[in-house]
Design a protein around this ligand. Sequence first.
Ligand code: HEM
Length: 370
Amino acid sequence: MLEKTKQNYISHVPCCYWLCIRGIIITSDINIMILPLSQLLSLSQKGAGGDGMHEQLRAAADRYIFFRGMVRQREPKAEQIMNQLVEDYRSMPHGKGGKFFTNKKRGMRPFMIKYIHYCMYGIDPDDKEKIDILFNFYYGNKAGSAALYYFKVVGRVLGLVETFQYNRLVKKVSKIYEESPNLSSFPENEAKYGNLSRKELADATIPIMAIAATVGPKHLLEAAMGCSPLPNRVDGVKTNTTDVFGIWDGLDLDDSGEVERYINEIGRLWLPVSHTHRVATEPFTVKMLFKDRTFPTGTEIMIPLSLSMFDENIWDDAFEFNHNRHDLVKLNMMFQSVGNKDAGRMCPGKGFAMIMMSEIIVRCGKVRRE
Ligand code: HEM
């Protein structure tokens, strides 16, 4: 099964995750790293020439990771992890670049590791050994070494130490996932789940956690909570004059709709995932620099979601912050598809991420008003 998906993998690389994924492929090909190759993002859907693996892997991940994740978000243990985060917000410096966002022991980063892994896999947040391994892997720059390694291969000397550490950690992470409560109940060799083994599913979720779960919500929250200022969007022009703290402090935190719009407007102005892609299923011609140019089947087309979020035909005062703007949630593309329309490629972590981010904005927002 893995051999088969490899072809898809190499030809269907999404641009936004290009380096990370391609790094993993190359290193894996020369037998230095052991991360298998299937990853949801890189597989084509059936209608676009895929062999069905995307649908099967997505069904497995939906059922055993994402849906269960949203159920666990309502459990007391998740509440405890959230309470600790709120307590940390109260007691730690939390302004621009504050320790709340950067500390390894308390605050946002340990929260992300514990909360996401408890909810999505059922891993005990008090199991220090496992949590340390996961923290080191995701926030100790080890997951990113796949990308780094790529540069080293094409560029300079191979970083053997880095590679060795990465290799060691990734095996441990894979084992933790495989033995987690959620994946322990995964039925192996079922056709509807692509005959995946438990280990294959565990490995397939590592890139999801590395480039989506532990990055996207953290990025958005850092902007929504004033740790990183929203970027300027026009060269040489200061488009960002947003007073994030002022707006956050003025929200009606008991109005879930207003909180949702606030998160959506932050996301519109600074998408955590700036591009999606498609692979051309037939040749196509476009006018570029006054000439018709034809591209072949298989051309990878980058789709800049971020630019569509500044399209002045759709958004009035596109560069201004206005969380009450018309149809903001309905037209937002921060989770890939337009609003809630879905053709099977909508971010499957959307519901989970929105619940988690809303709760943090509400509860930490209330701490600010104490
Ligand atoms: C603020 C938070 C998040 C944002 C803005 C976001 C955004 C996106 C976007 C735009 C895509 C499409 C990428 C593409 O087409 O190339 C995507 C896909 C995906 N996201 Fe998220 N995401 C977030 C959080 C999460 C979380 C928490 C998880 C998992 C726990 C997750 C898992 C995935 C997966 C597995 C895909 C691939 C789906 C597929 O191709 O079928 N995301 N996300």
